[in-house]
Design a protein. Structure first.
Length: 130
C-alpha cells in the first residue's frame, strides 16, 4: 500500500479513528489494508478494550469523532454484553472487542494475508503541527 495514493479524506478518517482509539487506551490496535482481498472495504481497524465499559467508551469515542467529520456510516452494531462492536464507515470497518471475543473470532488470523500497517503511522505528529 502506497500511502501517497490514499485520498486525503480517507487519510484523515484513518488518523481520526486511530487517534480516538489510542486516546482512550485501546489495546492491541491494528490497521489492516484489505483492499486487495475484500470487495466490501479497504481497511479494517481492530482494537481491544479491557472490559465491556472500556469497549463502550472506545466505540462512543470513535462514533463522536466520525460524527464530527460528517462521515456517512453504512451501519454499526454494539449490543451490550456481546463483547464485540463494529462500525462500518464504508472504506474503513472498525472492530472493537473484549479480549475473549477477539480471541474467539480471530479476525487477525482470518485476515492474515492483509497488509498490516503500524498504527504509529497515523499517530505521528506532522511537521508544523503540535
Amino acid at each position: 500500500m502506497d500511502f501517497e495514493e490514499i485520498p486525503e479524506e480517507l487519510d484523515t478518517l484513518l488518523k481520526t479513528i486511530v487517534r480516538a482509539l489510542d486516546d482512550r487506551k485501546a489495546e492491541d490496535l491494528k490497521v489492516l489494508y484489505v483492499g486487495e482481498l475484500s470487495s466490501i472495504t479497504d481497511f479494517f481497524i481492530l482494537a481491544t478494550g479491557n472490559s465491556e465499559p472500556h469497549l463502550k467508551a472506545l466505540i462512543n469515542s470513535v462514533s463522536r469523532e466520525l460524527k464530527d467529520l460528517h462521515t456517512t456510516l453504512i451501519g454499526s452494531d454494539a449490543r451490550a454484553g456481546s463483547g464485540w462492536a463494529v462500525i462500518d464507515a464504508f472504506d474503513v470497518m472498525i472492530h472493537v472487542f473484549i479480549p475473549e471475543q477477539r480471541g474467539f473470532y480471530k479476525l487477525d488470523e482470518l485476515w492474515k494475508d492483509a497488509e498490516s500497517i503500524d498504527p504509529q503511522v497515523f499517530l505521528a505528529v506532522e511537521a508544523g503541527n503540535s
